[in-house]
Every structure is written in C-alpha cells, then in structure tokens.
Design a protein around this ligand. Structure first.
Ligand code: FRU
Length: 482
C-alpha cells in the first residue's frame, strides 16, 4: 500500500499530466491542484531560483493539516510542481506548520515557522521552530527556537519573520497581549541558535486590533523600514478597513535596540475583497511581495471547495518606496505572458466604449483623461452578471461593487484615490481572480469572482464624453508547471 504522501505525489503528477478546462481555474495566478492554499511563506532566492513556500492543506479545503509546500521559478512563468516540504507530524507542530519565513545561510535555506499545538479543549501552544532546506531539496527539522510566548501575552504568538542587520539576526513575531491587543515582539540571535527577546516593538498604534498576524520588517530606503503586518479587529470605516481582517504597513526609522519604530500612518496594501497575509523579501535590489488571494473565516464565500480546491496567491509584485508610500507593480517578468496586443484603441472621445475580452486570461491598460468629467463607470460583465468600478472625481472615491455577481462573495469596497487629470488602470483578469493596479501602483484591489461564462465585456461609461488616451488589451498565456 502506498503511504499518504506517495499517494499525494501521484495525485499531483496526475493532475498536471491532464488538461483542465474548469472556468474558474486560474491561468497566471499560482494555485493548487486541490486542497486549500493560504499564506506565502519563506520567500527566498536560493540556487539561482526564487523559492515560494506557502501554507497548503493538500488533504481538504478546510483550515487544518497545514503543511509548507514549495514551488520554485527563475522567471515567474515556469514553475516546479508543488512539493510538500514540512509536514505537521511532530509533537511540537502536530496541529499545523504555521506561517514563517526563510533566510539563506550556509548554503541552505533556514526555514523558521510556528508549530501549532492544540489540546483536546482547544487550548493552543505555539513553538517557534527551525528547519533546513538543503541543496538537494531535502528538509530536516532542526530545533525549537522559542518555547511558548513570554509573560504578558496569549498563545497567539506566531509567524516569525527573520532578517539581518549588520551581523545580528532578528526575528519579528505577531502576538496578542493578555488584554487582547495586537503587538509584535522582536528577538535577536548572533548564531541563529539562541534567540533572546529584545522586547515588544514600540509603535504609535497602542490600540490597533486584537492580533497582528504575519509581520515583516523590510528596509525600503536609507534609514527607513516598512513594517508590514495583518491586524485583526479594526473597525470598518467608509473608505478603510472594510474586510474582516486587514493587511498594510507603516514606514519609519527602526531602532532595534529599544526596539521601536518611529512611523507614519498605517496604509492598507490592497483595497479589494480578497487579499491577506502578504510576505516580502529582497533580491538583487528588488523588494518583492506575494499575498494570499483569500481571507480567513470567510470560506463560505468561495464556491470552488466543492470542486476540490480553494484560493490562490497574488501575482508577485515589486514594491517601490516613493513619496512616503509603497507603490506595487507586477514583476516585469510577467510581461512575458503577453503576446501581440489583441486591441489597441487610438485616442478617442466618447461617452460609451465597450470591448470584448474573448478569454478571461487578459491584461487591460486604460488611461482616461478626466479633466472634463466628474465621474466614470467601468463595467466588467459576463452575460447577465457584472461588477462595476466607479470613480467619483469630486469626492475622489473609487467604489467597487460585486453585488451583481451570482456566485461568490458580494459587497462593495470603497477607497480614496487622488486623480487630478488621468485615471490610470492596469487590470489583470484571470479566470477567478482580478487584480487592478491604480495610478501606476499607488493602490491595488484584488478580488475573486466566479462567473458562469468565458467571455467578458469591458465597458467604459460616462455621463459626459470622456477622452480615452489609451486602451490596450492583451490575452495572457498561462504560467507553466514543469
Ligand atoms: C494567516 C494565518 C497565520 C497562520 C496561518 C495558518 O492567514 O492565520 O497567522 O500562521 O495563517 O495557516
């Protein structure tokens, strides 16, 4: 009899050996052949390849059995097939090898993750563990680095992110105080072995949700660090914090000795419906980000579980620090998915313009001159179902409305966008994920949608004539698993 994991390997091989025509199977977003994928983990560049680890339950579409799996790539177009690297099989991680990070050291990747343990009354224990991903692709679990949380905090203590400053290694972790406030703790180690607590990261967010998940600390310019994290428990406002949980960042001067971050205001990384738990890493002068296309505690909003899979990862994005904020752009490698433009519209002034997207694996670049307009409405329709993107130039508010889709999550998301002259959009339309980049990446909205038909109609409508400076459409080819 084959063991559980040999069966799994066979199932993976079998999946990729066949063609899949499911209307919601994404073409250029990383997703799993089956099971539930969530947070990206351990992002690193090693052995001339980008290593993308992530949370995967390969045995079902529930949030349990969390493994770490891996795909590698050199170009973000050709990927290795998913492979399990950490199994929740030891006493210290038996209820999940939870999220964490990777650090290339001594010709290997040091993986650092949270071992989640629950007793029969559902009491939780959290162990920060390390494993080594070796040259030959084998993995050894090495040690428990931190047993349980320090005094003053609950067992919601997880998602270690390791970075280095000068010769010292640091680990930042998300945690909850005994009076239920989200915080981050900083540890340090000279040898990557004995980790000592430096302290709780001092910020000016004393009352900012009940838990901070998935912290990242990354240098974005000389003397400036971005602290990226996923706070839970923020109250929704008209143009902010509209999802059940948020992901965003603050930027400022980091003093690891206190430890303290003297920072600016929190900004969400993605104003769409389905984005959470992003992770970043730096390679060759680029800071790359990958997020989870999904949301905890909302599984019922996603209809693919009955087909055996759930969720995806975002397109890899490059972060650029400009004017106090992080701009996001898909990595330039993804230009390789484009062929010749399927459509290229000469500048035109009109109050209605519609384009057919024959195959929902497409990119649309749109530049509208809004100097003479107060508002514009963009409709993404699949026969009778549709979503709208409305821009109100007077109030400077974008509204995305998913209420007219039949299946999947519905609702409205609003955010502010300052447009003086041109509204610039770059839309990446995949089978069940859409990422929209606004004003060269100043804002992004990621969402999932589950239409019944292949063809999409993309329409621009305006009460008074609007000038379309640019409208281009490409069909995008699919990423490959080899
Ligand atoms: C965020 C998260 C992490 C945790 C992981 C478990 O989505 O809840 O805090 O480590 O998912 O899969």
């Amino acid at each position: 009899m084959l063991g559980q994991y040999e069966e799994l390997d066979k199932k993976i091989e079998k999946y990729y050996a066949a063609q899949h025509e499911h209307p919601w199977r994404n073409q250029f977003h990383i997703e799993m052949p089956f099971g539930l994928v969530n947070d990206p983990n351990g992002l690193s560049y090693y052995n001339q390849k980008f290593h993308i680890f992530y949370q995967w339950n390969p045995f079902g579409c529930e949030h349990k059995n969390k493994h770490w799996a891996l795909v590698t790539t050199t170009d973000f177009i050709h990927y290795s097939k998913p492979k399990i690297v950490l199994k929740p099989k030891d006493w210290f991680d038996k209820d999940g090898c939870y999220s964490g990070s990777g650090f290339v050291k001594d010709d290997a990747i040091k993986l650092v993750y949270t071992g989640n343990v629950k007793d029969k009354n559902n009491n939780r224990e959290s162990y920060q563990c390390t494993a080594t991903y070796h040259q030959d692709g084998s993995v050894t679990k090495d040690a428990i680095l931190i047993k349980n949380q320090p005094e003053g905090y609950t067992a919601h203590f997880r998602d270690p992110f390791v970075f280095q400053i000068n010769e010292m290694f640091y680990m930042i972790l998300g945690v909850q105080t005994n009076n239920l406030q989200g915080r981050a703790l900083l540890y340090q180690s000279k040898e990557f072995k004995d980790w000592t607590l430096v302290g709780e990261l001092k910020t000016s967010m004393p009352d900012f949700g009940y838990m901070w998940e998935c912290p990242n600390l990354v240098k974005v310019s000389e003397g400036k660090y971005a602290f990226i994290f996923s706070p839970q428990g923020l109250e929704a406002e008209e143009v902010k914090y509209q999802n059940i949980y948020q992901s965003g960042y603050v930027i400022g001067q980091l003093d690891v000795t206190v430890p303290a971050l003297n920072h600016n205001e929190f900004k969400e990384l993605d104003m769409g419906f389905d984005f959470y738990a992003p992770q970043v890493f730096t390679h060759d002068g680029r800071t790359l980000l990958i997020g989870w296309v999904g949301m905890p505690d909302k599984d019922h909003e996603y209809p693919t579980a009955k087909d055996g899979w759930l969720y995806a990862l975002t397109m890899p994005r490059v972060l650029e620090y400009r004017d106090g904020v992080l701009y996001q752009r898909p990595v330039r490698e993804l230009l390789g998915l484009r062929g010749e433009p399927a459509l290229q519209v000469k500048p035109i002034v009109c109050d209605h313009y519609a384009v057919e997207v024959p195959n929902r694996s497409a990119e649309i670049l749109l530049d509208l001159d809004l100097r003479q307009n107060d508002e514009v409405l963009i409709t993404l329709a699949c026969e009778q179902e549709y979503m709208t993107l409305h821009y109100d130039k007077v109030r400077q508010i974008v509204t995305i409305d998913r209420n007219h889709m039949k299946l999947g999550g519905k609702g409205v998301r609003k955010f502010t966008l300052d447009v003086q002259n041109e509204l610039k959009l770059q839309l990446f339309i995949d089978r069940s994920v859409i990422e929209i980049y606004y004003q060269d990446g100043l804002e992004v909205t990621t969402l999932m949608y589950f239409p019944k038909t292949e063809v999409m109609n993309f329409a621009i409508n305006s009460a008074s004539a609007v000038r379309i400076n640019e409208l281009k459409l490409w069909q995008l080819s699919a990423i490959q698993y080899e």
